[in-house]
Unconditional design. Structure first.
Ligand SMILES: C[S@@+](CC[C@H](N)C(=O)[O-])C[C@H]1O[C@@H](n2cnc3c(N)ncnc32)[C@H](O)[C@@H]1O
Length: 285
């Protein structure tokens, strides 16, 4: 796939508020996730051993507002595995680091929670990948960041440590409780218990802008999203170029590739591709 860069192409400036650009597939990562083996949810509580730690392949996709400068990543935040002009997305097995791995398992165990497939719950155990998500959006002091599905808060932690104010939308009330408890003393975080697909994200963002000044005047999205709502998330976010400067999403590899690689002549071409093509352009260098 190589590096896809921001360009407005034939879209006119009057469309500035509705155009995003898929500018990079930053990489495909093989990471450890705590989730469900097949049939896990149906098997129910007696079969809790069906919840397992597995290697999962996910792809990091970045949508960039074309009229804003590309974010410059802090020098220390190298994106492992990203090769400029590489012929295809690259696989990186991130090193496992103790903090996210143990913190996540411990947080879930402390509440007796197990991942639910219907909520797309699979928890990131590699802290390095969370760092890379934040680095891809160049999250820094003064940023406002929307996170969809904070889960146990491992990515939230990275975003807060980078100095961002975070709005986290989580559907599962147990995870809302957990993440609120974890960051109880931090006022840079607001956690809302809502279904992202149904919530009015524009009004949430506008009211956050009223209370907090974003240094750039825009917000960013950084999220390891539940795979089952990927299409809905994209549909909500892409038309919001007046709110977001970057949208950095960790997606299932097949989903990411389906979004950016479909050809009109294949059976893979779906309504979501028409949508993505309308709201974004992609240019390879
Ligand atoms: C893939 S997990 C990621 C959790 C965490 N960010 C991580 O990286 O470990 C997705 C999270 O999204 C939540 N979720 C699922 N459906 C949702 C929805 N419709 N709206 C908001 N959150 C949702 C799940 O409960 C879960 O916590």
């Amino acid at each position: 796939m190589g590096e896809l860069v921001a360009e407005v192409g034939c879209k006119s400036l009057t469309e500035r508020q509705v155009v995003s650009v898929i500018y990079r597939i930053l990489g495909t990562y093989c990471s450890q996730m705590y989730g469900l083996s097949s049939n896990g949810e149906r098997a129910g509580r007696q079969n809790q051993n069906r919840h397992r730690i597995a290697m999962t392949t996910s792809t990091l996709l970045v949508f960039q507002n074309p009229l804003l400068p590309k974010p410059t990543r802090p020098a220390h935040s190298s994106i492992a595995g990203v090769q400029k002009g590489a012929a295809s997305a690259c696989i990186v097995c991130a090193r496992s680091q103790d903090d996210d791995y143990h913190a996540t398992i411990k947080a879930l165990n402390s509440k007796g929670r197990f991942p639910r497939k219907s909520l797309g719950q699979h928890y990131m155990l590699n802290s390095e990948i969370n760092d890379q998500l934040a680095a891809a959006a160049a999250v820094q002091e003064g940023d406002i960041v929307l996170e969809i599905g904070p889960g146990t808060g491992s990515l939230t932690n990275v975003l807060l440590n980078a100095g961002a104010t975070v709005l986290a939308i989580e559907k599962d009330q147990h995870m809302v409780g957990l993440v609120r408890e974890r960051f109880a003393s931090i006022d840079q975080l607001k956690v809302l218990q809502e279904d992202f697909v149904k919530c009015h994200i524009r009004s949430h963002m506008l009211s956050l802008f009223e209370r907090r000044k974003s240094s750039s005047g825009f917000a960013k999205v950084v999220a390891n999203i539940p795979f089952n709502i990927s299409t809905d998330v994209i549909k909500q976010l892409l038309p919001m170029g007046d709110i977001f400067s970057e949208v950095v999403l960790l997606l299932q590899e097949e989903t990411a590739l389906r979004l950016v690689e479909p050809s009109l002549r294949t059976s893979e071409y779906r309504p979501i591709n028409i949508f993505v093509n309308f709201y974004s352009g992609q240019f390879c260098i």
